[in-house]
Design a protein around this ligand. Sequence first.
Ligand SMILES: NC(=O)c1ccc[n+]([C@@H]2O[C@H](COP(=O)([O-])OP(=O)(O)OC[C@H]3O[C@@H](n4cnc5c(N)ncnc54)[C@H](OP(=O)(O)O)[C@@H]3O)[C@@H](O)[C@H]2O)c1
Length: 478
Amino acid sequence: MGVVGLAVMGSNLARNLASREGNTVAVFNRSREKTDHLLQAHPEAGFVAAFSYEEFAAALTTPRTAIIMVKAGRGTDAVIDELVRVFEPGDIIVDGGNALFSDTIRREKAVRETGINFVGMGVSGGEEGALLGPSLMPGGSDESWVTLGPILRSIAAIAEGEPCVTHVGRDGAGHFVKMIHNGIEYADMQLIAEAYDLIRRGTGKSPAEIADVFAEWNRGELESYLIEITAEVLRQSDAATGRPLVDVIVDQAGAKGTGAWTVQTALDLGVPVSGIAEAVFARSLSSHPEQRAAAAGLPGPAEDAVGTSVTDPDAFIEQVRLALYASKIVAYSQGFDAIRAGAAQYGWQIDLGAVSRIWRGGCIIRAQFLNRIADAYADAADLSVLLSAPYFVEALGRAQDSWRSIVATAATAGIPAPAFSSSLAYYDGLRAPRLPAALIQGQRDFFGAHTYRRIDQDGTFHTLWSGDRSETAAEDTH
Ligand SMILES: NC(=O)c1ccc[n+]([C@@H]2O[C@H](COP(=O)([O-])OP(=O)(O)OC[C@H]3O[C@@H](n4cnc5c(N)ncnc54)[C@H](OP(=O)(O)O)[C@@H]3O)[C@@H](O)[C@H]2O)c1
């Protein structure tokens, strides 16, 4: 098999492949330097280097299998064009880059017409995952999966004895699920950041002391890679100044776009992924220093306002933990809802339980918690909303008072906690017996004759607002 694109992800994935019994890996990169460097640095891998697409194709046994790991976008299209030129029907091209799923749908359709198989595959785990075992989310045809399955199982992370790879669904399904994975990752990180901020401002503990809190949390139901690395980051002190590293890092969060894609896609699907959206927007807000400077003098509680209201720091920290767990359940529930809606829209058969299992190892959101999601879907594969599974109902019940108290404390003290509070608002919206959506329907009917349905009769209705205000049967113009 072969790998095209030998930057950090491609070269690590190639080394992972080469380390498996019986594999010989051909490698190719657009510019020669990366290939030379990889060969020099890792002679033990026994790579077969190619310096043209023709050489690359000739080095592969048929049916050929090549994994592309290049900068997503035009680079991917350029490499696909070249591979299609030198490959034959029956060969398999796998795109392991972070492609937008709609691009993958387009590419799969175009490549399929040549008789070559095209598989868009989500790869999670960063450079270490690529080397030691990533979580893999391949889409593409059933036929490709027959060939690819054993290869991918051999290089994927292992969680509780199972390789973290499943055939997610056809064409763009793998990249769709990877996109949602990244969206959930945004929400999870934002929630953790809000928890840290609340604890710091609420208790006055230092980052190193808060690192101990996170390390402790990592031994309980919140156990996850992100909680683990949060403790590591908070414990780090800056060599140059001796201050906590987190205090010398500029507080403007970057983004590579997959969170925004998740939200844009969810808007199109009509799925409320509010936790993910708040996380994306919170990064955007942080990255406008000019607006933040202009707003710095706006009225509101003082920076240390929360400290005075926290009389029992340990109890406060436990409340934050419960609020974090409840908000995290909401974020994951919303993410799985988006996958369910995407599957319905694009005709994919996605096993949500299998998705939660392949995220248990290798990837950034790996967590104990994913076992609970797997259990929920094992009990009820057609669960309409993950929140309603018995385990989550219990956890959300346990968190109620703390969750509300923390959101109220944040609001009162002027601490921004957009993901905590939007998760709670979503939760309350979902469980409400009646929503003010009825009023919105009334308003829409008033200004635009958009009609409404009644709770006590079938049909669609319109009130003659500018006439005698009687009600008439109407065509549904929703
Ligand atoms: N970094 C991560 O943690 C991570 C995790 C999961 C997925 N990914 C995805 O994995 C892929 C690779 O990521 P990366 O960080 O290793 O590399 P990258 O910086 O995204 O891309 C660099 C690679 O793309 C090649 N490339 C760019 N344009 C090209 C073109 N027009 N034709 C041929 N090759 C082209 C470069 O070749 P030259 O050397 O010739 O410039 C180089 O090999 C990306 O799609 C990324 O989004 C990354």
